[in-house]
Write a protein that binds this ligand. Structure first.
Ligand code: TXA
Ligand code: MG
Length: 348
């Protein structure tokens, strides 16, 4: 089975860190907390170790991994050049939830980058992650520690839900803070391109380095209609029940979700609603979960994935979710909700 090593989130016990680092040095994988989500790590210099990550997650082998470092000196060999824009962003946001995609260096195992000539690197802002990378003495490749297609884990329990028995150890330091994954920015091109919105916002990036291009996938596809048969037409990935995202002005969103809930309830479906604290009391449905207040999008980001996972335990047939504004961290929240919806987005 998978061993759980409790560690203090602020002052991690050296014995636990040493034990986990030894596993990494021996070529196996370890799940560990970062400030964003839990990661599943292996030495980025060891192709066989990295292959274990893909196997444990069931991850497609064409989706590259982020390399975690504890010290900028570790960029040596990892990347072949550091653009000026990257230097500036590292000064401002490392350690922190910002992954920079740069030209890869010779030391990176090809399994990390899936054959690309670039590599994503970040310095996580979590004492446990930093201590682990330091003790391992090598850069650590780590995707989020979930089964592929599931919401990223923001607590060790989520890691165990998905990976118990498939990995040797998880370092448990409680809940992560940011709650959504790091921002991924390609700095090999000018202007830089935002590939994934995350903990560092687009507004913060543009204030630091000027205009940033936003990859079209970040904002999702064109709006769709209410699908006749949720879960049939589209492939959904997370949570288990199909999720329909309703976006627009608050009152219209609430009206649409109330209408849809009524329709599904009449069809005999067990309806779940994911909404803001401000919408408390607006809906009638068997399962209503709040992701926090629209007035505090940081709080929403922090609780979003746990809320998505909670619907699995409530055994709902369909989930109706309220959108949030795409300002600040809202862009990352909406990106994750859109992906959970797998194309089932209704604009009102
Ligand atoms: O916050 C995070 O970034 C977490 C924690 C554990 O650090 N990690 C994480 O990893 O979210 P993962 O594998 O779930 O997501 C990595 C993302 C994917 O969207 C991947 O396609 C992109 O980063 N990525 C990695 N390397 C890339 C590269 N060379 N070029 C473009 N995209 C890359
Ligand atoms: Mg992931």
């Amino acid at each position: 089975g998978t061993r759980v090593l409790q560690v203090d989130a602020v002052k991690p016990e050296p014995a636990a860190i040493a034990e986990a680092a030894a596993i990494l040095r021996a070529g196996d994988v370890v799940a560990f907390p970062t400030e964003t989500v839990y990661g599943l790590g292996a030495s980025a210099l060891d192709g066989e170790a990295v292959a274990r990550i893909y196997a444990a997650k069931g991850r497609p082998s064409d989706n590259p991994l982020i390399v975690h470092i504890a010290d900028r000196a570790q960029l040596e060999g990892l990347v072949s050049e550091v653009p000026a824009v990257a230097e500036r962003l590292m000064d401002l946001y490392w350690p922190g939830p910002l992954t920079l995609v740069m030209r890869r260096g010779p030391a990176v195992a090809p399994e990390v980058t899936c054959g690309l000539d670039t590599v994503g690197v970040r310095m996580p802002d979590h004492p446990v992650a930093l201590a682990l990378v330091r003790a391992a003495g090598v850069p650590i490749a780590a995707p989020s520690a979930n089964r592929s297609g599931r919401p990223s884990p923001t607590a060790a329990e989520h890691v165990l839900e998905d990976l118990a028995g498939r990995i040797p150890v998880v370092l448990d330091a409680g809940e992560t803070g940011v709650g959504v994954e790091s921002t991924v920015l390609d700095v090999t091109v000018d202007p830089p391109v935002l590939l994934r919105p995350g903990g560092v916002t687009l507004e913060e990036l543009e204030a630091a380095v000027g205009p940033v291009e936003v990859a079209p996938a970040v904002r999702g596809e064109d709006p769709g209609e209410r699908p006749r048969s949720p879960g049939m037409k589209y492939k959904h990935y997370a949570p288990r029940a199909p999720l329909i995202l309703v976006d627009g002005p608050v009152m219209q969103m609430q009206d649409k979700i109330r209408d849809l809930a009524m329709e599904y309830l009449e069809e005999g479906k067990r309806v779940g609603i994911l909404c803001s604290a401000e919408s408390r009391g607006v809906y009638v449905a068997p399962v209503i979960l709040e992701y926090g207040a629209r007035a505090d999008l940081g709080g929403v980001a922090s609780d979003l994935f746990a809320a998505l996972r909670a619907f699995d335990r409530h055994g709902v047939d369909v989930i109706l979710a309220e959108g949030v504004p795409t300002t600040g961290i809202g862009l990352a929240i909406m990106n994750r909700l859109r992906q959970a919806a797998g194309g089932r987005v209704i604009q009102v």
